[in-house]
Design a protein around this ligand. Structure first.
Ligand code: NAI
Length: 253
C-alpha cells in the first residue's frame, strides 16, 4: 500500500510511519521538515504544495492517508492553530480524495483529540464558519487559555467535518475514521508540560490507566483502522485515552 502521512516527522505521525513502513508499506511523509514533501499546512499555498507533492510521488494513486499534523494548545497564536489543525487537515483530506478513489481498499485516519469532546458543535464558532475577527472576539474571554479553547474547537470541528463526509466517502469506496488520543508522550505534549499555563493542569490529570500513551500505541490503532480487518469500520471516532473519557463522561457515547 502507498500511504500519505502528514506530521510524519515527529510523535504520533513518526510512530505511524515507522509501524506502517515496517509492515511493508510505502510511506509519503508530509511535514515542515524531515519528510518527502515539505509543506506548511497553515497556509493555502502550503496545503496545495502538500497535495501536489503527494500526488506526484504516488502517481495519483493512494491506498491510505493519515492526517496527523497539528500543534498544541500552548501555541502563542490560537488562529494559526485553527489554520493547521482544522483548515489544513481538511484541505489535504479533500485534496487527496481523487487519488484515494483510485487506490486499493483505500482508508483514511484523521487524528483528532479527546479535546474534540470538550466543546459542543452547536456552540463552536467554526460550525458557522466564523472569520478571524469573530474567532478572536470569541476567544477573548478565555484569556491565557485561548489556546486550549481554540484547540478544542479545531479538533471538535475536525471530527464533525470528518464524520459529515462518511456518506460521500463511503459511496466513493474510501473508509474514513477518526482517532482521538488523550495524553501521548510526544514533543507536543512535552512542550505543554513545560508551559507555565498548562504544565500543572496536564500533570494534575491522571487517567484510569495512570500513564501517558506511547506514540506506538496510537500508531497501532491507526494501522488497524487502515487495514483489511477494519473493512466495515467507517465514520467512527475512536477515543484512545487510558479511560479518561469514560471517567469524565460515562453516559456520553
Ligand atoms: P508532534 O509535535 O510530535 O508532531 C506533530 C508534527 O506535525 C510535527 O512533525 C510538526 O512539524 C508537524 N506540523 C506542525 N505544524 C505543521 C504545519 N504547519 N505544516 C506541516 N506540518 C506541521 O505532535 P504529536 O503529539 O505527535 O501530535 C500529532 C497529532 O496528534 C496532532 O494533530 C495533535 O493535535 C494530536 N494529538 C496529540 C496528543 C498528545 O498528547 N501528544 C493528544 C491528542 C491529539
Amino acid at each position: 500500500m502507498t500511504i500519505a502521512i502528514t506530521g510524519s516527522a515527529s510523535g504520533i505521525g513518526a510512530a505511524t510511519a515507522a509501524a506502517l513502513s515496517a509492515a511493508g508499506h510505502d510511506i509519503i511523509g508530509v511535514d515542515l521538515r524531515d519528510a518527502a514533501v515539505h509543506a506548511d499546512l497553515a497556509v493555502p499555498r502550503g496545503r496545495a504544495a502538500a497535495i501536489e507533492g503527494v500526488l506526484e510521488r504516488s502517481g495519483g494513486v493512494l491506498d491510505g492517508a493519515v492526517l496527523c499534523a497539528g500543534i498544541g494548545p500552548h501555541t502563542p497564536d490560537p488562529l494559526r492553530l485553527i489554520d493547521i489543525n482544522y483548515h489544513g487537515a481538511l484541505a489535504v483530506l479533500d485534496g487527496l480524495l481523487p487519488a484515494l478513489r483510485r487506490g486499493e481498499s483505500p482508508a483514511v485516519v484523521v487524528v483528532s483529540s479527546v479535546a474534540s469532546t470538550q466543546v459542543v458543535w452547536a456552540e463552536n464558532p467554526l460550525s458557522v464558519g466564523a472569520d478571524r475577527a469573530a474567532l478572536t472576539t470569541a476567544l477573548e474571554p478565555a484569556g491565557d487559555y485561548a489556546g486550549h479553547l481554540a484547540y478544542a474547537w479545531s479538533k471538535n470541528a475536525l471530527t464533525v467535518a470528518s464524520r459529515q463526509r462518511a456518506a460521500e466517502w463511503g459511496a466513493a469506496g474510501v473508509r474514513l475514521n477518526i482517532v482521538a488520543p488523550g495524553t501521548v508522550d510526544t514533543p507536543l505534549l512535552r512542550a505543554g508540560l513545560d508551559d507555565p499555563r498548562y504544565g500543572d493542569l496536564i500533570r494534575g490529570f491522571t487517567a484510569p490507566i495512570a500513564r501517558k500513551a506511547e506514540p506506538a500505541e496510537i500508531a497501532s490503532l491507526i494501522a488497524y483502522l487502515l487495514g483489511p480487518r477494519a473493512g466495515y469500520i467507517h465514520g467512527s471516532q475512536f477515543v484512545i485515552d487510558g479511560g479518561v473519557d469514560a471517567q469524565v463522561r460515562p453516559a456520553a457515547f
